[in-house]
Design a protein around this ligand. Structure first.
Ligand code: TXA
Ligand code: MG
Length: 292
């Protein structure tokens, strides 16, 4: 049924090892357009192509570099997204009209089976309403999309709970555009080089990174020490997550909203501080500016 829906140009939410994705057949631009509509996603924020076999790169990526191939061989299937120049046959809407394309091969068996079965890459962003926390269970997806999409495939709780690491291979040196499930150090160790950071100013390299994102409805406040939590606890309506990790961040944020808390306070202990991806999501969830 899922294959029939996707082939018919409909959207299906699928599990991956990072977060759930809202998928459409990448080679059907009208289907891809539905992803932007359903999420309320700004049209300048490109999607990730999900593949299940390296041969599917032939229709997506122009001349993958040696670095691309080395990274793919080491980290795929898995939570690493690589950005390279795209082939002209990729519908431009997938990449928000950029000349590049983001690709990853998920390791979740359900995702792989579905991509194998439709025999085409799937375009899929995270399956949440734009700006809100990503979904790490099928219940989270239903919270945002019940009645709006025809199917959610339940593949359990996502193993990583945080999105893939995104690396751009467009410039001479590889750049980390989004810290994620694979730590920067693991990639640097493998490549024996330091990853550049996303460029600040100039052309936006990863459009998704300019928006407030991952944010709960409650006000999120980050504090340095446990004493500061006490100062914030002026009402019964403050949620203080226990044992926060990258894996459980989104489920904590969603839980606080579901239970109607008006404020979430997080103490930035050394565990949190040393996790680049977790710190990135926390800081972006605090930004004041929302997307359009
Ligand atoms: O783990 C993940 O990556 C999940 C699962 C579903 O695979 N997907 C995900 O997709 O997080 P999304 O759309 O929520 O985030 C994709 C990120 C955005 O920051 C977007 O701007 C960036 O990748 N991106 C996509 N294509 C790009 C491109 N051509 N150039 C630069 N950045 C790109
Ligand atoms: Mg997302």
């Amino acid at each position: 049924m899922v294959v029939k829906l996707l082939k018919g140009g409909r959207l299906v939410a699928i599990p991956t090892e990072t977060v759930y994705g809202l998928a459409a057949d990448l080679f059907q631009p009208e289907a891809v357009q539905k992803i932007f509509m359903a999420k309320g996603r700004p049209s300048d924020n490109p999607l990730i192509a999900h593949i299940s076999a390296l041969k599917q790169l032939n229709n997506l990526v122009m001349d993958p570099s040696d670095l691309f191939i080395r990274l793919a061989q080491r980290f795929w299937p898995g939570p690493l997204t690589l950005i390279a120049m795209r082939k002209s046959e990729v519908p431009p809407i997938v990449s928000a009209y950029l000349p590049t394309i983001a690709v990853r091969m998920p390791s979740h068996p359900c995702a792989r089976q579905i991509i194998d079965a439709i025999d085409s890459p799937l375009a899929a962003p995270s399956a949440n309403l734009s700006g809100f926390p990503s979904p790490t269970s099928s219940d989270d997806v239903l919270e945002d999309f019940e009645g709006c999409i025809p199917a959610v495939v339940d593949g359990g709780i996502c193993a990583f709970g945080i999105e893939s690491t995104v690396i751009s291979l467009i410039d001479e040196e590889p750049r980390l555009l989004r810290p994620g499930a694979i730590p920067r150090e693991v990639i640097e160790e493998y490549l024996q080089l330091k990853l550049e950071n996303a460029r600040i100013g100039g052309p936006v390299l990863s459009p998704g990174m300019k928006y407030r994102h991952y944010a709960p409805k409650a006000t999120l406040t980050l504090v340095e020490t446990p004493d500061q939590v006490a100062e914030k606890l002026h009402s019964a309506s403050t949620y203080v997550p226990k044992d926060l990790t990258a894996k459980n961040l989104y489920s904590h944020l969603r839980k606080a909203d579901r239970l109607g808390y008006s404020e979430i306070v997080i103490v930035l202990d050394s565990h949190i501080r040393s996790d680049e991806a977790l710190m990135n999501r926390l800081q972006r969830a605090c930004l004041k500016e929302t997307h359009g």
